[in-house]
Design a protein around this ligand. Structure first.
Ligand code: PLP
Length: 553
């Protein structure tokens, strides 16, 4: 089936804004852009229907209530739930998982077990850790190899005491999509009438890329967030089998979730309201309704096939770039390529890409156990959605090629063993040379080259030398000799080193009065750095400057 990504993209007004015409948005695993229909639904709610739901029976309240329950019905259809009573509105996947952890664990006995995996988002780790501590439960992990869960070996960690198996339907860090049918088979083999074992699927990523059918999956609970599938932030879905939800205690108390309140006890409302304390995010629910309708009217198979084509193309291209370590696998992948640059820091690369208006994410992606097991602290993650085009991924790969060419020359000489910190030779660095570069890309390249004049200094990497306010770690030391001030700097980031080299080239070897007389902020602005560098990078420069000034005085 053919899919026209350009045509699909036209439904998303953000991309039509003049400032976003060249934007390559590859941060979809964090959140997707919103189609016009979703934006309109949110505005229309406030324009025409704004009233609180359920508690009041005037015309507007009735209209708002009908809207909420209509969207609930649509959500039941979206997940193939048996009825709307099985759909609880939550703030998102995180809140839904917290609800499940709180409610299910409160009925467990000390020593009962919960099984999760190393590929989980923190939202599917931390709530279980908290409840395990509170109720003296045991947390077990699916067997893994270098952090990658071997879901086909789930049976090895199931025991008589396993009460909950809560697993990802797709990893947000690597895109890894487990074989849910295989997991269902293992759980089916394990379950007997006497064993109360609940299976939760974290479908925060999965629901954005595939049609989710809870009947086919066979899970007991499933959670997702609307903002990952073109809906608004602040609203998500918890699906639960009706009989199970009915038996579970509510997790938050307040208005809306009660049938009757006495002085010392209350009777709770029927499903699903028992789990929806307080005023719901009504406009977000209206937006969710529009997102569900938008998806129902889209060819989801064609969207998924298009995303898969882009993801496979990216993996193939990145495999040809020798300066990268690609961590994700193209097989069973929801649409993510994750990698690190072999030379330099992931944050430098992200800022370089940002300079070309390419949005990717750098960090641990709320999946620290997985990223750590891969031997990294941060990766670059590019994640696709159906509105991404072939041009998007080509521009991205070309930008990576340019960056790698820039970064491939070796870093500065290694430090002399045992030596106390020495000065870097910055005498060749001329601001005029930096200023004379034709355009911003050349100036940035020059700045990166300056970074190479700062050699590695493990001897100064101590907490007391850490520069506060710098996004990438940086260390600055100072000494005074004959009324003159000398500095030494180190950082993993080539850009921070470049900015540091620029700063030190101006202040090193000068007296405090001379340093104070310099207008370094003006120089920074004149070089166009403030305009072109991200705010966090500019803040990094000013943090270095502040620390140097404090040291010199
Ligand atoms: N689970 C997964 C796999 C995710 O990717 C995310 C968000 O990135 C979450 C849970 C938490 O979702 P939210 O932040 O929308 O609550």
């Amino acid at each position: 089936m053919s899919f026209d990504a350009d045509e699909f993209k036209q439904q998303f007004p953000l991309f039509a804004q003049a400032e976003n015409r060249q934007l390559v948005y590859l941060d979809n695993a964090a959140t997707t852009q919103k189609p016009q229909a979703v934006i309109d639904a949110i505005c229309d709610f406030y324009r025409h229907s704004n009233a609180n739901t359920h508690r009041s029976s005037h015309r507007l309240a009735r209209r708002a209530t009908e809207m909420v329950e209509r969207v609930r019905g649509r959500a039941a259809g979206f997940l193939h739930a048996a009825s709307a009573r099985e759909i609880v509105f939550c703030r998102g996947a995180t809140e839904a998982l917290n609800l499940l952890a709180y409610s299910l664990c409160s009925e467990m006995q000390p020593g009962d077990e919960i099984v999760i995996s190393t590929a989980e988002h923190h939202a599917n780790i931390v709530p279980w850790q908290m409840m395990a501590q509170r109720h003296r439960l045991i947390l077990r992990y699916v067997p893994h190899t270098a952090g990658i869960p071997q879901f086909d070996r789930l049976g090895e960690v199931l025991s008589e005491r396993t009460r909950v198996v809560s697993l990802t339907g797709g990893s947000n860090a690597l895109g890894l999509r487990p074989d849910l049918a295989g997991i269902a088979r293992q759980l089916r083999d394990w379950r007997t009438p006497g064993r109360a074992l609940r299976w939760i699927v974290d479908a925060a990523q999965l629901a954005a890329h595939e049609v989710v059918d809870v009947q086919k999956i066979g899970c007991d609970f499933l959670v997702c967030s609307a903002h990952k599938f073109y809906g608004p932030t602040g609203i998500g879905l918890l699906y639960g089998r009706e009989s199970l939800l009915r038996a579970m205690p509510p997790w938050q108390g307040g208005g809306e979730m009660i049938a009757e309140v006495d002085l010392y006890s209350s009777h709770y409302a029927d499903l699903p309201h028992k789990f929806e304390a307080g005023t719901s995010p009504l406009a977000a629910i209206a937006g969710l309704g529009a997102a569900l309708e938008f998806l129902a009217n889209s060819d989801r198979d064609a969207m998924a096939a298009h995303e898969q084509r882009l993801m496979l193309w990216l993996h193939r291209e990145l495999a040809t770039l020798p300066g990268l370590r690609v961590i994700s696998q193209p097989q069973h992948n929801l649409g993510i390529v994750a990698f690190t640059p072999g030379n330099g820091s992931a944050a430098d690369l992200m800022h370089w890409l940002d300079g070309r208006d390419i949005a990717v994410r750098v960090g641990h992606h709320c999946a620290q156990p997985l990223i750590r097991a891969a031997g990294e602290t941060a990766t670059v993650r590019a994640s696709v959605a159906a509105y991404n085009t072939q041009r998007d991924v080509e521009v991205f790969v070309q930008a990576l090629r340019d960056y790698l060419q820039l970064a491939e020359s070796p870093q500065s000489a290694p430090p002399q063993p045992g030596a106390d910190w020495g000065l870097d030779d910055l005498s060749v660095l001329q601001v005029e040379q930096l200023a004379s570069q034709r355009d911003w890309q050349d100036r940035y390249r020059e700045l990166m080259r300056w970074g190479k004049s700062i050699r590695a200094k493990p001897e100064i990497r101590r907490p007391e030398n850490l520069v506060r306010g710098c996004e990438s770690e940086a260390w600055l030391v100072h000494r005074e000799q004959g009324g003159r001030h000398y500095f030494a700097l180190d950082s993993d980031s080539r850009v921070v080193k470049g900015l540091g080299a620029l700063l030190l080239s101006q202040i090193d070897g000068r007296s405090a009065e001379e340093i104070r007389a310099l207008d370094l902020s003006q120089m920074f602005a004149d070089l166009g750095l403030e305009k072109h560098l991200s705010r966090s990078r500019s803040n990094g420069f000013y943090a270095l400057l502040r620390q140097a000034l404090a040291q010199a005085s």
